[in-house]
Structure formats: structure tokens, C-alpha cells
Design a protein around this ligand. Structure first.
Ligand code: GTP
Ligand code: MG
Length: 345
């Protein structure tokens, strides 16, 4: 038995999909940022993490999300690259996820990396919803900035609406071919048996309130048990990236999915040759809504509780590997934790 009540942690939401279908843009819309515009060659080449607090979600979702109905603290989004050469990063994102958003360009439908993402989600058993993105490109579209899909639907001509519906049903058919019973999200009663499709535009923000509402609703309804963790327990996470930082040397961008990591904690990190045992010198946390992958400013904090993205500065990280596990030793046998990390490599 535990002497502390469990705390609900932030669900981890992986955003997956084919290159250019709008994953980063969708997160930009939620963050109010322009990460996508700054990317070399306009493609994402790394995996990222962004914490979105509940109050931001409810301010975007408006009347669709009443913060009093939720006791989850928000959502931690993991952005992944869609370019075919980054399949390891997509798998890593999928493996971290409690739930996923599969982004599909509503005009292009399923493409090779959409199929690949579906395979990852099947393999990891991750529940997901589909964001049918770029609805604003439907010929004759009358954009309704930031509005829920129902409002936007009512503002469209019959012709525009039926063009969009055709594309949406195409995607529902492709999901069915992939073995998933799917429907427009407002027709889905049981999200465990059916995949909900949410029409959105990362450009105009239409449908983004719905997307966040469905994600919060699903997490709250189906994942609360999974989210109950001993938040004070020894932290566990996955390395997203190994990076040089001025003044800190080699650092790790980590997603913490269990427990807490504190400054001064002894940790074990998977390394190129063998597990690295070291001590946390500094924990640098991006501000809420900041993308850890591109953020320059961090808050130095004493401790970070799951789920969160954090930059860890510590000695001897030169041989650390992206994708490797990170474990806090605190109160446990060091050799056992090292063996744990070794078995996960
Ligand atoms: P990768 O990370 O490389 O896989 O791409 P991505 O899925 O993150 O796509 P990204 O967000 O970079 O968007 C690709 C292009 O599509 C950019 O030029 C965006 O401006 C554009 N785009 C994304 N979403 C929308 C949308 O809803 N409507 C329109 N019109 N354009 C969009
Ligand atoms: Mg991207």
C-alpha cells in the first residue's frame, strides 16, 4: 500500500501523420506559435514536446470544455516528423503516447506514412482520433476563424459542405480498410470501439475546439485509471534528444512519464556502450505552451513531475542516446535500475 494518494498526471498525446499534413501547424494553432514556419525545408526533423495546460484548452474550446468537469491537468503533446526517413522517431512518439491524433490532409487522404502511423498505433495498442485537416481548402469554403465545427458547417454552402463530406467519407472508408470502424466524431457513442474523425483547419482554427474537447473527454473518460500515478515516486522518462547547451555541456531533452525527477537525483541513462550513471545538475523546464525542441528560454526548477518535457543537465552525458530510457535511482538498488535500463535498450 502507498501512503500517498495517487495524483492524475497529464496524458501524453502523440501527433502522427504523413509529411506536410499539418501536425506542427495544428500544434502551432493550439500554442499560438509559429514553429512550423521556422523549420528547415519546412519539415519537422526531430521529435518535440509541448505542455498545454487545462486553462488554455478551455479558453480555445470555449463552451465545449468546462474546466470544472475535468481533473486532468492538461495535455502533453508530442510532435513527430512525417517525412519517411524518420520512422524511428514516429515509433518513439507512438511508444510514449497514451493517446494519439492521426493528422490526415482531407484532400490527400491516407498516404504511406499515414499507413505507417496506423501500424504503430495498432502495434502499441494506442487509442487515437483522426484530425481531418485543411478543411479550409475545400473549394468555396467560407472560413469561420476558431469556431467549433458545427458553427462552421452551418456557415457553408451546400456545395462546399458536400465536397467536404465526400472527402471525410473517403477517410472513413480508408480507416475501415485499415481495420477500424470510424465515423464523424459527433456520431460516435463508444470511442473504444470506434475511431472519431474530427474535421479541422490548422490554418483557421476551425474544429480545433472540437479536437481538444474530444481529446480531453477521451482522456478523462477512458484513461483516468492509467493516469493515476505515485507522483512522488522515482522519475522515469525517455530521451528525445541529446543536445549541447551553452553553459551546460551535453544535455538531454526528456519526456518524463512517471514519478518525479529532482535536482541532485542519481539517474541511469541508456548510453551508446553501457548505461550511464550520473547526477542531475540542473533541470530546465520550457514554459507552458513552449516547444522544447525549439525553445531557447527555460526555467530552472528543483523538480519535474510526470508528464512533462524537461531538459536535464548532468555530467558524462556525451554517450547518451536519443530514445534511451532515463530512470531515477532514489531509494532503489542501483544495480537493479542499471539492469532495468540495460534491458530496455
Ligand atoms: P512534417 O512535420 O514535415 O511531417 O509536416 P507537418 O505535418 O508538421 O506539416 P506542417 O504543419 O509543417 O504544414 C505543412 C504545410 O501545410 C505548411 O505550409 C502549412 O502552412 C500548411 N497547412 C497546415 N495545416 C493547414 C491547414 O489547415 N490549411 C491550410 N490551408 N494549410 C495548412
Ligand atoms: Mg511538423
Amino acid at each position: 500500500t502507498r501512503d500517498r494518494p495517487d495524483t492524475l498526471r497529464t496524458p501524453i498525446v502523440a501527433v502522427l501523420g504523413h509529411v506536410d499534413h499539418g501536425k506542427t501547424s495544428l500544434l502551432d494553432k493550439v500554442r499560438g506559435s509559429a514553429v512550423s514556419e521556422g523549420e528547415a525545408g519546412a519539415i519537422t526533423q526531430h521529435i518535440g514536446a509541448t505542455a498545454v495546460p487545462l486553462d488554455t484548452i478551455s479558453s480555445i474550446a470555449g463552451s465545449l470544455v468546462d474546466p470544472d468537469d475535468f481533473d486532468l491537468p492538461g495535455l502533453l503533446f508530442i510532435d513527430t516528423p512525417g517525412h519517411h526517413s524518420f520512422s524511428t522517431l514516429r515509433s518513439r512518439g507512438g511508444a510514449l503516447a497514451d493517446i494519439a491524433v492521426l493528422v490526415v490532409d482531407v484532400n490527400d487522404g491516407f498516404q504511406p506514412q499515414t499507413e505507417e502511423a496506423i501500424d504503430i498505433l495498432k502495434r502499441t495498442g494506442t487509442p487515437f482520433i483522426v484530425a481531418a485537416n485543411k478543411i479550409d481548402t475545400t473549394p468555396g469554403w467560407n472560413p469561420q476563424e476558431g469556431e467549433p465545427i458545427q458553427v462552421t458547417y452551418e456557415a457553408q454552402s451546400d456545395r462546399a459542405r458536400s465536397r467536404l463530406d465526400e472527402n471525410l467519407y473517403e477517410i472513413i472508408g480508408q480507416l475501415s480498410d485499415a481495420g477500424f470502424s470510424a465515423d464523424l466524431y459527433w456520431r460516435v457513442q463508444d470511442f473504444q470501439a470506434n475511431v472519431g474523425v474530427v474535421p479541422v483547419s490548422a490554418m483557421t482554427g476551425e474544429g480545433v475546439p472540437d479536437l481538444l474537447t474530444v481529446l480531453m473527454g477521451l482522456s478523462q473518460r477512458y484513461m483516468k485509471d492509467q493516469m493515476a500515478i505515485d507522483v512522488e515516486g522515482p522519475g522515469a522518462g525517455t530521451v528525445l534528444e541529446v543536445k549541447e547547451e551553452k553553459g551546460f555541456g551535453t544535455t538531454l531533452d526528456v519526456v518524463v512519464y512517471d514519478g518525479t525527477i529532482r535536482e541532485g537525483d542519481e539517474i541511469v541513462v541508456g548510453g551508446m556502450h553501457e548505461p550511464i550513471v550520473t547526477e542531475v545538475r540542473a533541470l530546465l523546464q520550457p514554459k507552458p505552451l513552449a516547444e522544447i525542441r525549439t525553445e531557447k528560454r527555460f526555467d530552472r526548477v528543483d523538480a519535474v513531475a510526470a508528464a512533462a518535457g524537461v531538459k536535464i543537465a548532468a555530467p558524462d552525458l556525451e554517450d547518451a542516446m536519443a530514445g534511451a530510457p532515463v530512470r531515477v535511482i532514489r531509494g532503489r538498488n542501483r544495480d537493479a535500475v542499471v539492469a532495468d535500463v540495460e534491458s530496455e535498450l
